[in-house]
Design a protein around this ligand. Structure first.
Ligand code: AMP
Length: 190
């Protein structure tokens, strides 16, 4: 299996690049943010709990996310590979992912760390907020999401450096230029 973790700050282009990767390599997509938004829309128990965290720009507790991820992963059992978008976001999540994949006889193949300047991130997220309808794409929540990213999520890069899976990708430029860099990185491990 080709399992790709797409990593980066909010607004770094994870969703956009995931779509291109899926088309090119025929992978399944798991976006924990999308799953949570669908739970919120359907007003499930998980959705109701997640809403408060999401609207404050904070992370939903690891245990809830890991249980949710395990269920989604089981539904992709016959997949050629999975792109993990917005997950893992903490060290315990990365450890849980490794364990879950190892139990299924596979592992993360590569972690793509999209690097984008901070003012560009804010610009993109505010732009997206005009059309996304997302309750967390407003300046106040964007600022706390970026702070949470720097404090809780960015340190995860080291975890994947130690695993020998980390590849830094310059996330500035056109969508095609960035995708070109991503393809080069994926083709090197495929
Ligand atoms: P995203 O769509 O990936 O930007 O996620 C939107 C929001 O959902 C985040 O700001 C978090 O509140 C929550 N979320 C998504 N994925 C995770 C995760 N892996 N761990 C914790 N919270 C998450």
């Amino acid at each position: 299996m080709l399992n790709v973790v797409i990593f980066g700050a909010p607004g770094s282009g994870k969703g956009t690049q995931s779509e291109l990767i899926i088309k090119e390599y025929g992978l399944d997509h798991i976006s924990t943010g999308d799953v949570l938004r669908s739970e919120m829309k359907n007003e499930t128990e998980l959705g109701k709990i997640a809403k408060d965290y999401i609207e404050k720009g904070q992370l939903v507790p690891d245990e809830l996310i890991v249980n949710m991820l395990a269920k989604v992963l089981d539904s992709k059992a016959n997949s050629k590979g999975v792109i993990f978008d917005g997950f893992p976001r903490t060290i315990p999540q990365a450890e849980a992912l490794k364990k879950m994949l190892n139990e299924r006889g596979t592992d993360v193949s590569i972690m793509l760390n999209l690097q984008v300047d901070e003012d560009e991130l804010i610009k993109r997220l505010l732009e997206r907020g005009k059309v996304s309808g997302r309750s967390d794409d407003n300046l106040e929540t964007i600022k706390s999401r970026l702070e949470v990213y720097h404090k809780q999520t960015a340190p995860l890069a080291d975890f994947y450096v130690k695993e020998g899976k980390h590849v830094a990708i310059k996330g500035m430029g056109t969508i095609e230029e960035i995708f070109g860099r991503i393809k080069e990185a994926i083709n090197a491990v495929k």
